[in-house]
Design a protein around this ligand. Structure first.
Ligand code: PAF
Length: 280
């Protein structure tokens, strides 16, 4: 059995018992193969692996899926056991926020209000606040985050840099189904026909990447991606090509193509690396 603790006090004692370097993987549970890849990457890079499982109410809007977000602790613990996780911290909401929702929250800056932040106001305030709390509580040498949530990864890197948090942040490539769908805990909300429509997201990214490989410029890459996003059941939220730090402005060389779309009542995101040919 994997060692599971639920309170800060238990965590502090168990954390003190972890010798060597510690890698943390923060999750909201409902673990899938994408998380498993993160856990295995942590296993390879650190002496000890600590996983947090906490559905953070701060990062859900009033109309979002906090209540119905899948909670599958037993199955999650089985995955942790299989991968050889050393310690799991699975606190309650009250344990994390004993005085209720915190009045002081991290400000993610302008990037926090763009892309995901446009559709989900306050989302990154909630994410960064819990990530910083979990970093303080778990004191890891490194923390691993999936590239699937590329804006989150970018903001966590910035937070750690801007606030001198002594943890190395490691990005881990997205895991996909054989047909291209990026793994996500929210995929389990999709009906069979919605799942087919959801393939439009990765199809758009592939078309954009293929256009870039042919030497197309940024405009043509975006146009190719838009053409490939073709599913009546899916509604595009954004499809953007930016630099790898998600800074506004013209892009060249290494870039990132990011997409978000609604498929039925489910909002999905995905992204890919793009390499634009130098402008002549
Ligand atoms: O990516 C997630 O699952 C969450 O945003 C995180 C990092 C665990 C914070 O709640």
């Amino acid at each position: 059995m994997v060692n599971v603790v639920h309170t800060r006090k238990e965590l502090a004692a168990a954390r003190d018992g972890l010798a060597g370097t510690v890698g943390v993987v923060m999750t909201m549970g409902a673990l899938h193969e994408g998380h498993e890849t993160l856990l295995r990457a942590a296993r390879e890079r650190a002496d000890r692996v600590l996983v947090t499982i906490f559905v953070n109410p701060l990062q859900f809007g009033p109309d979002e899926d906090f209540d119905r977000y899948p909670r599958t602790l037993d199955a999650d613990l089985e995955i942790c056991r299989r991968v050889g996780v050393d310690l799991v911290f699975a606190p309650s909401v009250n344990e994390m926020y004993p005085e209720g929702p915190p009045t002081v929250r991290l400000d993610p800056g302008p990037l926090g209000a763009d892309l995901e932040g446009l559709s989900r106001p306050g989302f990154f305030h909630g994410v960064l606040t819990v990530v910083l709390k979990l970093l303080q509580l778990t004191r890891p040498d490194l923390a691993l985050f999936g590239e699937k949530d590329y804006q989150q990864l970018t903001l966590v890197r910035r937070m750690v840099r801007d606030l001198d948090v002594p943890t190395e942040i490691v990005g881990v490539p997205t895991v996909r189904e054989p047909d291209g769908l990026a793994l996500s805990s929210r995929n389990r909300y999709l009906s069979a026909s919605e799942r087919r429509a959801a393939l439009s997201l990765s199809a758009a990214l592939r078309a954009g990447a293929a256009a870039a490989e042919r030497g197309d410029d940024a405009g043509a890459v975006l146009a190719a991606a838009h053409r490939a996003f073709d599913a009546p059941e899916a509604r595009l939220d954004y499809l953007v090509l930016t630099d790898t730090d998600l800074e506004p402005g013209p892009v060249s060389g290494a870039a990132r193509l990011l997409i978000a779309a609604w498929v039925g009542a489910t909002r999905l995101i995905d992204n890919t690396a793009i390499h634009l040919a130098p402008r002549s």
